[in-house]
Design a binder for this molecule. Structure first.
Ligand code: UDP
Length: 380
């Protein structure tokens, strides 16, 4: 296929990300598969990105993630500096067939503002946008700028301006799903795991109280705001409380973290993360927000760990109740479901992941959407 895509990853983290980084992980998973399908990829990211691509453009040397804690106008300023560079690039060359943009709000606004001179653009929505309609004004890029969601439920909740420009959804995937059904069955431990940012929406406080009630060990893995290790948070002092996720952890979760039954181990990566997930008796998602895409959900299935969750956001699309996990609309039922999850078959979870959530499946679907976005532009 002869197609050149400018993949706009944004200025926040390198690709692949050093640890936590949902969007950057999606790009790191998608790009190798696209290239295997013959797509030429120009990555707009930061200089320190190490993902093999056909070409790289960047304005910042390193990821600007720490700046995300600053006031919103400064955050936008950094995104705009990156986007201005991307637009300059697009004006100075004519080999880009399509932009695949991942930069929340600012990316879409900037690329739309290019008007008819801009290339066809697909903007992937990564977040739950229902509460932020103001971030997305009307899209007047005509058919040139389209959006896709990472789940049907995310799109259904998105502001009207986005839904009107949607070309569908693409579920997230994981490299862990490749041949997942052929790997030996992992040894299961006693622990439950919540893998993700410590944040009220992810519900670690609900999980911690549940663990104490039923006496099952719970491991919490993920960053608290900008802090990746418990020691870093402990050393940070009172200033750290300015971050809402830090306040949530200290006030709602930490009182239940006894270092024995409930532990917060900070951010995990690589083999350590995979072993922890594969060895868990179940992954817990006691969600209080509408989870838009749920990478950690598909990773859990790929590693043969059933999911127990509140049925919010994309969970009912990803989990088949009674086969790969157990879902409930009622938080109070989670205790029973955690215990019942021992009856689910880890191999079935891996089989489903190997069919539905491989990077190849995701890339194939994106190529279809790229064609759909380009159709109006290429029509005679
Ligand atoms: N993650 C990780 N280490 C951690 C916590 C999370 O590698 O300690 C990864 C996790 O495996 C997943 C991503 O971060 O790939 C989180 O993406 P998800 O869509 O689950 O949640 P988000 O944070 O984007 O809402």
């Amino acid at each position: 296929m002869s197609l050149t895509v400018l993949m706009n990853a944004g200025p926040w983290l390198s690709v692949p990300p050093p640890g936590y980084g949902g969007i950057e992980n999606v790009i790191a998973t998608l790009v190798p598969e696209l290239r295997r399908l013959g797509v030429r990829v120009v990555l707009a990211s930061v200089e320190s990105s190490s993902l093999p691509v056909d070409e790289k453009v960047s304005v910042f040397a390193d990821g600007q993630f720490a700046a995300l804690q600053r006031p919103y106008n400064q955050v936008c300023g950094i995104a705009q500096a990156h986007l201005a560079w991307v637009v300059r690039e697009l004006h100075s060359r004519d080999d880009i067939d399509l932009v695949h943009d991942h930069v929340e709000a600012v990316g879409l606004a900037t690329l739309t503002a290019m008007g008819p001179s801009g290339p066809p653009t697909l903007h992937t929505l990564h977040w739950d946008l229902a509460k932020h309609p103001a971030l997305y004004g009307s899209l007047d890029g005509g058919d040139r700028v389209r959006v896709n969601g990472v789940s049907a439920s995310q799109l259904a909740r998105a502001p009207l301006a986005l839904r009107e420009h949607s070309v569908g959804h693409v579920h997230l995937s994981t490299p862990l799903a490749v041949d997942a059904d052929r790997r030996p069955r992992p040894e299961k431990g006693e622990h439950l795991l919540i893998l993700g940012r410590i944040n009220p929406g992810k519900g670690q406080d609900v999980g911690a109280r549940l663990a104490h009630r039923i006496g099952v060990p719970l491991v919490l893995a993920g960053p608290v705001g900008p802090y990746h290790r418990p020691a870093d948070l402990a050393a940070a002092g009172d200033e750290a409380r300015q971050n809402p996720d830090v306040r949530f952890y200290l006030d709602e979760v930490a009182p239940h973290v006894d270092g024995d039954l409930v532990r917060w181990i900070g951010t995990v990566a690589g083999q350590e993360r995979d072993d922890l997930l594969a060895g868990a008796r179940a992954s817990l998602f006691p969600l209080r927000w509408e989870e838009p895409g749920g990478t950690a959900v598909v990773e859990s299935l790929a590693l043969g760990t059933p999911v127990v969750a509140t049925s919010r956001g994309c969970l009912p699309e990803l989990i088949e109740h009674g086969r790969t996990g157990l879902l409930t609309a009622d938080e109070a039922e989670l205790d029973d479901l955690v215990l019942a999850a021992d009856l689910l078959d880890p191999d079935e979870c891996r089989r489903v992941a190997a069919q539905r959530f491989t990077p190849a499946v995701m890339a194939q679907r994106y190529v279809e959407l790229y064609q759909r976005v380009r159709e109006p532009a290429t029509a005679p």
